[in-house]
Design a binder for this molecule. Structure first.
Ligand SMILES: [Zn+2]
Length: 373
């Protein structure tokens, strides 16, 4: 269905903030009641919106029949590519995950991966048509650009992945950097709702950052923004895999934390979660490494906050459960490195499941196709 700008505005307002009364939608979008009626009618007729039954409403009097998006009206598939696997989910319009699927990637040959993606899309489309496919990966990829600029872990450079997938599955396909895709999901369906400027900092295999400034996910030139993983923290620190001494990643990436503790204790069998448990128990080496990691993250968050002045910073990612072990060091560093004219930004810790990467990719497709087609 082709939406006018006014229809799109009403739909997005209800998708992100609904259900809302007609009066509230009209007020938020500066529409007259009759203009809203005219804009909402085709959306109601096509099943994208529905009137909430008054049963669920509190109070008495004239039923106000709030409007809401019918989340079941459309589905999107999100796919996250890692070096070893493809993770896929099918979501509804409210970004609720209804099905998931994963496949190992036998190699990084482009045709092979396109065929694996097509297989995932076919499998997840069995329950009904999908309106779009989103694909996210670590590297330079931007919604609206069908080409993956660079993906070091796949060994790809200038691969027209969106076009290849569209040709294979016949569904509009949108690419995005994985952290920016998560940021889009937080903006419309997560802790970012209601905040015009926020940052998402992820911690896991790397340190990532997505930025929303004045209601826009910032993509930058060639898709390079939020590249804070190698921010210099302390030049007496450990080395990262690129040879920087004491960058954020060398202190706070989960693999760096694990390696540092396992090597010092000569216990190569330790997992990352074992290391967190040792720190919780007060084991001195683990404690020191997690304190250093917390300090590095606090400094990263302060730096991001000093640069963009966000309403809040959302901390998430595969290793975000380390927060409870390093929160004191993180908050102390955040206070210390926040510019003296500001108060430290509020940090919201968002628990993470691996599905969220693929869900973010689906939201990227939803967001891009809704706003730009
Ligand atoms: Zn580095």
């Amino acid at each position: 269905m082709r939406m006018t700008d006014a229809m799109r505005a009403v739909f997005v307002e209800l998708l992100v903030h609904g259900p809302l009364s007609r009066a509230e939608v009209a007020r938020r979008l500066d529409l007259s009641p009759s203009a809203l009626t005219k804009v909402a009618k085709p959306l109601l007729d096509a099943g994208y919106l529905r009137e909430q039954s008054s049963d669920g409403q509190k109070g008495i009097g004239r039923p106000s029949q709030p409007l809401q998006v019918d989340a079941s009206r459309s589905s999107f598939i999100g796919i996250k590519l890692t070096a070893e696997e493809l993770f896929a989910v099918r979501v509804d319009l409210a970004a609720t995950v209804h099905d998931r699927f994963s496949l190992p990637l036998p190699d990084h040959d482009v045709d092979t991966i396109v065929e694996q993606i097509a297989q995932a899309v076919r499998r997840l489309s069995e329950a009904g048509d999908v309106a779009g496919v989103g694909i996210s990966l670590a590297g330079t990829a931007t919604p609206g650009d069908p080409v993956v600029g660079n993906s070091p872990f796949l060994g790809w450079s200038h691969v027209a992945l969106a076009k290849l997938v569209e040709d294979a599955v016949g569904v509009p396909t949108v690419l995005n950097n994985d952290v920016r895709a998560l940021t889009a999901a937080q903006q419309w369906f997560g802790a970012g709702v209601g905040h015009s400027s926020f940052a998402l900092v992820t911690v896991g295999a790397g340190i990532g950052c997505g930025l929303v400034v004045e209601d826009r996910v910032v993509t930058g030139r060639s898709g390079g923004t939020g590249l804070i993983g190698h921010l210099a923290i302390d030049d007496r620190g450990p080395l990262c895999e690129l040879g920087h001494r004491g960058c954020a990643r060398a202190f706070a990436a989960s693999s760096a934390i694990r390696r540092s503790i396992a090597t010092t204790l000569d216990r190569p069998e330790l997992t990352f979660d074992d290391c967190l448990e040792l720190a919780r128990q007060g084991q001195p080496v683990a404690r020191r490494v997690l304190d250093d990691a917390g300090r590095a993250l606090g400094r990263v968050i302060a730096t991001v906050a000093n640069v963009i002045g966000p309403d809040l910073v959302i901390l998430s990612g595969e290793a975000v459960h380390m927060y409870d072990v390093c929160a004191d060091a993180l908050q102390a560093a955040l206070t210390r490195h926040t510019h003296w004219t500001s108060t430290p930004v509020r940090v919201t810790v968002k628990p993470f499941t691996f599905d969220e990467w693929a869900r973010g990719a689906a939201v990227s497709a939803l967001q891009h196709l809704l706003l730009h087609s």
